[in-house]
Write a protein of this length. Structure first.
Length: 188
């Protein structure tokens, strides 16, 4: 008999960029059993947002009764790997199998980690603009500073960024002339 899945999430993998090549994902799990007759643990990677299985189930090593035992399983190419967009939400599902152990045998999981091996592309990651936006400005009102136009831009913080970031490529005034100094203020 196989147990229901122990669903682990919150790993928040953020190292690789979208153009990097993911080589493998290694799960390391501190797990042990009360009876060595239990079967090896089984592991699955899932998209944490949709629940979709990534690749196929992988079997862990032989069970151990030692509470200091670490089980390791590696998910590799070509079909076992998550896409870059799935890394941040990556979830690990663990199944225990009763095997030949008597009813009442217990499998304990105390710790789990995921490690992603990847080849950097050399292209630094910058959050892509979701769309090209133009902010129409008007002459400042009497209450605003003379000669300045203020444009507020709000950006959502994504899974790979701790702060929203934006770059102003160019600013053109209403009469078609290039605006002077562009000053930005980044908020937390």
């Amino acid at each position: 008999m196989t147990s229901p899945a122990l669903e682990l999430s919150g790993f928040g993998v953020t190292g690789p960029g979208p153009s990097d090549v993911i080589d493998s994902v290694t799960a390391t799990v501190n797990a042990w059993t009360s009876d060595l007759g239990t079967g090896p643990l089984a592991y699955e990677l899932h998209d944490g947002k949709t629940g979709v299985l990534i690749g196929t189930q992988q079997a862990g090593g032989p069970p151990s009764g030692n509470s200091f035992h670490y089980d390791t399983v590696t998910f590799q190419a070509p079909s076992q790997l998550p896409s870059w967009a799935q890394l941040y939400w990556l979830a690990l599902w663990i199944y225990a199998d009763q095997g030949a152990a008597p009813s009442g045998a217990v499998v304990s999981v105390d710790y789990a980690s995921l490690q992603v091996a990847y080849e950097p592309s050399g292209i630094p990651f910058a959050a892509p603009a979701t769309s090209l936006a133009a902010a129409a400005g008007t002459a400042p009102d009497a209450n605003g500073p003379s000669g300045r136009i203020f444009v507020d831009i709000t950006l959502a913080v994504g899974p790979t960024l701790s702060r929203a970031q934006a770059v102003v490529a160019a600013a053109t005034q209403g009469d078609g002339t290039t605006a002077g100094l562009v000053v930005s203020d980044r908020g937390a």
